[in-house]
Design a protein around this ligand. Structure first.
Ligand code: TYC
Length: 102
């Protein structure tokens, strides 16, 4: 039973399958001013990375211009972006963090 025409001629329209919610990539962007140690600290603090992982991702951003730091549900991704942007602003660094649907 797929929801279509199950009961006494009444056709109903339903989706054949349930859909999983979209996931969102959270990305860090390079700039010329934010100190490398500050970026490493952010990655440890807000993304739960160990120091080696954080340093590696920071270097990828530095060299390539940006990197995906994690993939999350919409609400978690939004929170991560807000936490990073707020922390950077409070420390007066121009670091940018964005999210994009996968
Ligand atoms: N490019 C910065 C520097 O040379 C370091 C940096 C890395 C800045 C990653 C932002 O997302 C970033 N100090």
């Amino acid at each position: 039973e797929n929801g279509n025409d199950g009961d006494a001629g009444l056709a109903t329209k339903t989706r054949p399958k349930t859909r999983k919610p979209p996931m969102y990539k959270v990305m860090l962007l390079n700039d010329d001013y934010t100190p490398m140690e500050f970026v490493v600290h952010i990655l440890e603090r807000f993304f739960g990375l160990n120091h080696a992982q954080a340093f590696e991702i920071m270097l990828t951003v530095h060299k390539k211009g940006l990197a995906v730091v994690g993939v999350f549900s919409f609400e978690i991704a939004e929170t991560k972006v807000a936490q990073v942007m707020d922390f950077a602003r409070r420390h007066q660094h121009p670091l940018q963090c964005t999210m994009e649907k996968e």
